[in-house]
Design a protein around this ligand. Structure first.
Ligand code: MSP
Length: 471
C-alpha cells in the first residue's frame, strides 16, 4: 500500500460556500477515492483560510469579533463539505493555534531568504495580492475581478527572495517534476515566473491586524498567502513531525486564478525549507453562470446549497464532474442541470437499475457475478491523467451500452418464451456489466454506487424508491 496525499485550496472565510469551492472539493474527492480504489492509503486535507483584510472587514460589518465570525464560517463550510459527500481526513483552520505556531516556525526557517524593504506600489484586497506596475497599467488601475481601484501602499514590508529559486522552479516545471496540469497553464506559469518579482510577505500591523504575527518583529503581520500556503504541511505536523511518509503531495487541486501562488511562491517556500515539490498541481477552470463570470454586483451568483437541495448531492457531483470539463471554464445553467438530471441520471441510470433488478426478481433469476471486478485500462489511464470528466464519460458510455443491450437482448421475450437458461445468462451478463461500470462510478458518485451494489447483492431486490425520481 502506497501513501498518497491529496489537497484542496482553503477558501477565504469572507462569505458563503461558492460553486468554485465545491469544484476543488469534488475533484480532490474523486482523486482520493480513486487512489483508495487502487489500493493506496490516502490523506485528504481540507481547511479554511481565516486571516486577512477582507475577513476582518466582514467581521466588522457583521458586528462580530473576527474570531467569532470565522468560527461561524468554518462551521458552515464543514457542513457544506459534508453535504457534498466529500470525505476529508484532515481539516486545518489557519487560526488553529498549532497552525499559527508552525507557520511562525516556518517563517524562521525561511529567514535566510527574507529581507526588509519598503514597498511602494499597488494592492488588491479582493485578491489579497500585490499588483505589479505592468498589471496596474494593463488594467487601468482597476481590478478586473473585483471592479475596485487598486489601493496605493507605501509601507515597510518583509520580502521573500523568490529570485533565489526561480531557476530551480523553472527547471522543475519544465521537467514535469512538479507537473502542472493542464499543459497550457504550465506555459502560462513559465511566462509569469520570468516576470515575478520578489514577493512581499508581511504587512505592518496597523494596516492588517488580523493575521499571524511575524515571530521576531511584532510590528509586522504575515502576508495571508504565506500563512495559507503553509497549511498543506502544517496540517501534517510540520516542522516538528517527520512528514516524509506523506509529503510530497500526490495532487494539489486549485482554481486557475490561484495557480500562480501555487506554482511560484509555494515551490519557493518548499525549496527554502528543503522539502520536495508536489508531484502534480491540477488547475481547474472557472464556473460561469449563463456564460458570465459570477459576481455579486451582477447578481448572478449561483448558490451551491440551492443546487444541492434541488436534486441532491449525487446530482450535483454528477453535473460538475461530468459536464464541467476538468480543466476549462464551464457554464452552469439551471436548464442544463435539470436536463442532465432527468435525461441522464434518472433515465440512463435510475431506470436501468430499476428495470434490470425488476427483470431479475420477476423471473426469479439467480445472479452469480464474480467478485473480480476491475477497472478498465482506458479508465485508469484517464484517471491517472486527472481527466476526470472524460473518464466519467467513459463510464456513462458503458451505462448507455447496457441500456442498448437490454433492448437488443429483450429479456422479457426470453421470459415469455420460457428460455430460462438463456434468460439467466443474459441477465447475469447485463448485471456483471452494470457492476463493472458501477465500480468505476464509485469515485464520482459514492452514494449512488453504494446503493447500486446493495440492489444487486444476492438476493437482488429492486430499490424501494427510485434512485433518481423524475422531476
Ligand atoms: N484562500 C485562497 C486559497 C488559499 S490556498 C492555500 C483563495 N480562496 S477563494 O475562496 O477565493 O477560492 C478558493 C478556491 O475556489 C480556489 O481554488 C478558487 O479557484 C476556487 N473558485 C472560486 N471561484 C471560482 C469559480 N467561479 N469557479 C471555479 N473555481 C473558483 O483563493
Amino acid at each position: 500500500m502506497t501513501k498518497k496525499y491529496v489537497t484542496t485550496a482553503i477558501p477565504y472565510m469572507n462569505g458563503n460556500p461558492h460553486i468554485g469551492h465545491a469544484m476543488d472539493y469534488c475533484l480532490a474527492d474523486v482523486c482520493a477515492r480513486y487512489l483508495r480504489l487502487c489500493g493506496d492509503e490516502v490523506r485528504f486535507q481540507a481547511g479554511t483560510d481565516e486571516h486577512g483584510g477582507k475577513i476582518y472587514q466582514k467581521a466588522v460589518e457583521r458586528d462580530m469579533s473576527p474570531q467569532e465570525y470565522v468560527d461561524e464560517r468554518a462551521r458552515t463550510f464543514k457542513d457544506f463539505i459534508k453535504k457534498l459527500d466529500v470525505e476529508y481526513t484532515d481539516f486545518v483552520r489557519t487560526t488553529d493555534d498549532e497552525h499559527v505556531k508552525r507557520v511562525q516556525e516556518i517563517w524562521m526557517k525561511l529567514k535566510p531568504y527574507i529581507y526588509l524593504d519598503e514597498y511602494e506600489g499597488w494592492y488588491c484586497t479582493g485578491c489579497e495580492r500585490f499588483i505589479t506596475p505592468k498589471e496596474y497599467d494593463e488594467n487601468n488601475g482597476v481590478c478586473p475581478d473585483h471592479q475596485k481601484p487598486y489601493e496605493k501602499l507605501k509601507e515597510k514590508n518583509y520580502y521573500f527572495r523568490i529570485s533565489d529559486f526561480k531557476k530551480r522552479i523553472r527547471a522543475a516545471i519544465e521537467a514535469d517534476e512538479m507537473l502542472i496540469l493542464p499543459e497550457f497553464r504550465k506555459k502560462e506559469v513559465l511566462r509569469l515566473l520570468d516576470e515575478s518579482p520578489d514577493v512581499s510577505v508581511s504587512r505592518p500591523r496597523e494596516q492588517l491586524a488580523w493575521g499571524v504575527t511575524v515571530p521576531d518583529d511584532e510590528s509586522q503581520v504575515m502576508y495571508v498567502w504565506m500563512d495559507a500556503l503553509a497549511n498543506y504541511i502544517t496540517v501534517l505536523g510540520y516542522p516538528e513531525k517527520d512528514i516524509s511518509a506523506w509529503w510530497p503531495a500526490t495532487a494539489q487541486f486549485v482554481g486557475k486564478d490561484i495557480l500562480r501562488f501555487h506554482a511560484i511562491i509555494w515551490p519557493a517556500m518548499l525549496m527554502g525549507l528543503g522539502l520536495d515539490l508536489p508531484r502534480t498541481i491540477v488547475s481547474h477552470g472557472m464556473i460561469l453562470a449563463d456564460g458570465q463570470k459570477m459576481s455579486k454586483s451582477v447578481g448572478n451568483v449561483i448558490d451551491p446549497q440551492e443546487v444541492i437541495d434541488l436534486f441532491g448531492a449525487s446530482a450535483f457531483r454528477y453535473y460538475f464532474l461530468r459536464h464541467v470539463d476538468t480543466f476549462a471554464d464551464a457554464d452552469f445553467t439551471w436548464a442544463k442541470y435539470e436536463s442532465a438530471y432527468n435525461n441522464e441520471l434518472a433515465n440512463d441510470l435510475g431506470n436501468l437499475v430499476q428495470r434490470l433488478a425488476s427483470l431479475i426478481t420477476k423471473n426469479d433469476v439467480e445472479i452469480n457475478c464474480g467478485d473480480s471486478i476491475e477497472m478498465s485500462g482506458e479508465y485508469r489511464e484517464l484517471m491517472d491523467k486527472y481527466e476526470y470528466a472524460r473518464a466519467f464519460d467513459l463510464v456513462w458510455e458503458k451505462i448507455q451500452k447496457i441500456n442498448q443491450d437490454i433492448d437488443i437482448e429483450k429479456p422479457w421475450v426470453l421470459a415469455k418464451e420460457n428460455k430460462t437458461e438463456e434468460l439467466g445468462r443474459v441477465l447475469n451478463k447485463l448485471t456483471q456489466d452494470l457492476l463493472t461500470a458501477n465500480y468505476e462510478l464509485e469515485p464520482f458518485l459514492p452514494e449512488t454506487s453504494k446503493r447500486i451494489k446493495e440492489v444487486f447483492k444476492n438476493p437482488v431486490h429492486p430499490p424501494e424508491t427510485p434512485l433518481f425520481p423524475k422531476k
